[in-house]
Design a protein around this ligand. Structure first.
Ligand code: AMP
Ligand code: ZN
Ligand code: FE
Ligand code: FE
Length: 285
């Protein structure tokens, strides 16, 4: 079922394939009421999107998705309604953007060593913006015929467990929460399933830990999870009295199966009420 709201989307500012302006146009054409733009470690698309939505009824919610230091899985922290001009937030985002710039040539080197001919310039070219992410490496590998699909590029070379993976410095959990909250925003754990924990108890304990660390919400509804998983995380977040959000994690052609506004068939989020509640919380922070 398609929602008229989506609190998780990417543009060319990170590793989506639509520009902020194109994403806004799509959301207006598809009659969305509100979308959050949550580019990886970067808020440069927000003002552009808000400007593009100016003469429409579409609300653009300020967002970001920060990669957090975490083992063995992946912990992504979304932030909503931050002050874009906050110095501490911008300083922390600059730090992780620099870490990414340090990492990327190392991936090129590993791929070269593995026998693939490619340059950083070629990867930057497909990125179409200053910020390069692993999906852009995957695109170059497909374009050059080294792999059939982007997924194959991840599975064989780019995934955390694969041969050409290079780690990058990330923010600690504490710092990610602090960066978002210092800027007056709301930290929300993205796609919990990617934590890669073993069972329900581990997830529940982790949610309690996150709540104690200042995380305020759980993205229980996401295209990255099955309906059963969505429902499980919804129940857990509800019992812990945390905010419950939902989003598709739209990346355009970089994740062709993920559609804007689609994140499960049993989405139990009243978005107008949620957005109002979040705005109320931000006023108090
Ligand atoms: P980066 O931030 O540059 O490390 O790249 C992260 C991006 O790569 C995110 O959009 C992820 O969804 C994507 N990604 C990471 N691992 C995989 C995987 N195994 N398969 C497909 N996409 C992945
Ligand atoms: Zn991404
Ligand atoms: Fe993510
Ligand atoms: Fe995402």
């Amino acid at each position: 079922m398609k929602q008229a709201y989506d609190l998780h989307s990417h543009t060319t500012v990170s590793d989506g394939t639509l520009t902020p302006e194109e994403l806004v146009k799509k959301a207006i054409d598809d009659k969305f009421h509100a979308i959050a733009i949550t580019d990886h470690d970067n808020i440069d698309g927000i003002k552009r999107a808000q400007k593009a939505a100016e003469d429409s009824n579409l609300e653009i919610i300020t967002g970001v998705e920060i990669s957090v230091e975490y083992q063995p899985g992946t912990l992504h922290m979304c932030g909503y309604f931050m002050d874009l001009n906050n110095d501490f937030l911008n300083d922390r985002l600059n730090f992780v953007q620099e870490a990414r710039r340090q990492r990327n040539p190392k991936i090129v080197k590993k791929l070269n060593d593995a026998g693939f001919d490619m340059t950083m310039a070629e990867v930057e070219d497909v990125a179409g913006s200053k910020q390069v992410g692993r999906p852009h490496f995957a695109t170059v590998m497909v374009d050059k015929g080294y792999v059939k699909t982007k997924q194959e590029a991840f599975d064989k070379y780019l995934d955390k467990s694969a041969s050409c993976y290079v780690n990058k410095e990330r923010l600690s959990l504490e710092d990610s929460v602090k960066a978002i909250k210092t800027a007056g925003g709301i930290p929300v754990l993205a796609h919990p399933i990617q934590l890669g924990l073993a069972n329900k108890k581990e997830y529940r304990d982790m949610f309690v830990h996150l709540k104690n660390m200042g995380v305020m919400g759980i993205e229980a509804f996401t295209s990255r999870q099955t309906d059963e998983e969505n429902s499980l995380f919804y129940q857990m977040a509800k019992e812990l009295d945390m905010l419950i959000t939902g989003g598709s994690d739209f990346h355009g052609a970089n994740k062709p199966n993920v559609k804007l506004g689609h994140f499960g068939s049993e989405v139990k989020v009243n978005f107008p009420a949620l957005i109002k509640e979040m705005k109320g919380i931000c006023k108090k922070i």
